[in-house]
Design a binder for this molecule. Structure first.
Ligand code: FAD
Length: 508
């Protein structure tokens, strides 16, 4: 049985955050900040992690959900980046989170008159698979009929062949929450819905931050020897807090996605070449289809980023280049996030997606860019910048490590509906046994939240008590799969809000 983290008592956490001086304060609980906090806590540092909203509430839950080498980076000649991504992909899938990260075959359809020919794509997927030492098989070209068998929705007209390669996929917000749990297990003190309003300085050095609790308005401070600005699209706002004269260091590019009801099972995902550089993905995900993404410069308020009507049209149009039956009425969810690209000239779609760490005049480190896939690597880079060697750190798995099929088998014997059992096993690993325990004590928690989805009420109680969920959105969008399935009705929203307000027997 896993260790159960006690429900967040925000006042107690704020008190802990205010006590003494931390070695490291990480501002921003997206995957980059979470990873940096986890790595630093593993290295024995006293670490604090805060986020203005929910953990992974911004970019880190708005990705394409791929753990990938990035086939299209070969197009821009970035072989080193692809090899590094592959190494981390394989490590995540094999050692860190095999219960949460799953292999996925991809087809790149080759059409008459398309932007890339079979010879070039065949060489591309071969090189791609070679850069991961053929660990997932050989990238190759398959015939037209074989491709149509894999993905019946592929447009048959003009289809000549398809290139095939393998990557991995995940539910990004669930992996992020599991990583927060790992950071806490390693000793980090964490609080979401707590925003940095100003930096603490002493003799020109940044030595902490002043915060405001977004739920009850309480103000408090954190002192730290080193402050890491991991605020993603907000990076320059924090840099201006450090130095009002700081100029912009990054550009933002919006990427929107759609989730659609899937009409039939697909054996592979599809990577659709749109032009020489851009691709659009259609990926089976959570029994649905994930489509996207766009890549447009963005200059508005990061909190306001949304998938617009225009984005929806563009994504459906681009999917229809290679797929039949992509209909607006099947869209269950739309979301958008912001890529943080190093500042400088050039088109956003061809800009390199690499991590940039800068040090401000007050000594605050700011980290921008990077990928979900390489998040552990980024944590190590930050640690090296802190002057703490990361080479001694072992590869530590995320909580709940287990073969999901074995977990699902045991849950189904509990007894539990096999679909629910499989859902819990692949989203919680062995922590699913804690959920089964809640259901055993209160069978009403085993009821489905909505008849059309596999999420059960125990997940809401669990999110409240052990996963820092404080708002309905935290639960519906990031702890469960209700929102993406289009099942977050006003009635469910209200019941979730009511449940978040209730206290557990231990608290009464
Ligand atoms: C459209 C899109 C698709 C992508 N797809 C993939 C993919 O498939 N695979 C992959 O590997 N990578 C992908 N990426 C990249 C990956 O998602 C990002 O690199 C990663 O999520 C960035 O995480 P982050 O922690 O830097 O930023 P964020 O997740 O944005 O986190 C920053 C956090 O800082 C917090 N914050 C801001 N201001 C304050 C403040 N004043 N006080 C406290 N907290 C604050 C915010 O609330 C936010 O939670 C994609 C990115 C985009 C945009």
């Amino acid at each position: 049985m896993s260790t159960i983290i006690q429900r967040t008592n925000r006042a107690a956490v704020r008190e802990e955050l205010g006590r003494g001086t931390f070695d490291l304060l990480v501002i921003g609980g997206g995957i980059i900040g979470i990873s940096a906090a986890w790595t630093a806590a593993q290295a024995g540092l006293r670490v604090a992690l805060v986020d203005a909203g929910d953990f992974a509430g911004a970019t880190s839950s708005a990705s394409t959900k791929l753990v990938h080498g990035g086939l299209r980076y070969l197009q821009t000649g970035n072989v080193r980046l692809v090899a590094e991504n592959h190494r981390e992909r394989r490590s995540l899938a094999a050692h860190v989170a095999p219960h949460l990260v799953n292999p996925r075959r991809f087809l790149v359809p080759i059409y008459e008159g398309g932007p890339h020919g079979a010879a070039k794509l065949g060489a591309g997927v071969f090189l791609y698979s070679a850069l991961s030492a053929f660990g997932d098989g050989l990238g190759r070209v398959i015939g037209r009929n074989h491709a149509l068998q894999q993905v019946p929705a592929l447009k048959a007209e003009g289809l000549k062949a398809a290139a095939v390669y393998t990557d991995h996929q995940m539910n990004d917000s669930r992996v992020a929450i599991m990583t927060v749990r790992a950071a806490v297990a390693a000793g980090a003190v964490v609080l979401n819905h707590a925003s940095v309003e100003a930096l603490r300085t002493a003799s020109g050095r940044v030595v902490g931050a002043e915060l405001k609790d977004g739920l009850d308005g309480a103000e408090f401070g954190v002192s730290a020897r080193l402050v890491l600005n991991a605020t993603g699209p907000w990076i320059d706002r924090l840099r201006v807090m450090e130095n009002p004269a700081a100029g912009p260091s990054v550009r933002l590019s919006k990427g929107a996605h759609l989730v659609l009801k899937r009409q039939e099972p697909w054996k592979a995902a599809v990577t659709i070449p749109i032009d020489k550089y851009r691709v659009s993905f259609a990926v089976p995900w959570e029994d649905h289809l994930l489509l996207g993404t766009t890549d447009e410069p963005y200059e508005g308020d990061p909190r306001e980023v949304r998938a617009t009507d225009g984005d929806i049209t563009q994504i459906l149009d681009e999917a229809s280049v290679a797929l039949d039956g992509m209909r607006r009425e099947d869209v269950t969810y739309a979301f958008a996030g912001l890529r943080v690209l190093p500042g400088g000239p050039g088109d956003v779609a061809t800009a390199k997606r690499e991590t940039v760490i800068t040090e401000g005049r007050g000594g605050m480190l700011s980290i921008a860019g990077g990928k979900w896939t390489t998040y552990r690597h980024i944590g190590r880079v930050v640690l090296d910048r802190l002057g703490v060697g990361s080479e001694v750190l072992k590869t530590v798995p995320l909580p709940g490590l287990a073969a999901p099929a074995a977990v699902a088998h045991r849950l189904a014997a509990a007894p539990m509906d096999p679909t629910v059992a499989a859902h819990l096993a692949t989203h919680y690993g062995t922590l699913a046994f804690d959920l089964a325990d809640l259901v055993r004590r209160d069978p009403s928690l085993g009821e489905p939240i909505h008849p059309d989805g596999p999420d059960i009420w125990a997940q809401v109680a669990y999110a409240r008590d052990h996963e820092w969920a404080a708002t309905s959105d935290d639960v519906l969008r990031r702890r469960t799969t209700l929102a993406l399935r289009g099942l977050d009705t006003p009635r469910i929203r209200q019941r979730v809000a009511d449940m978040l307000r209730t206290t557990t027997p231990e608290e009464r």
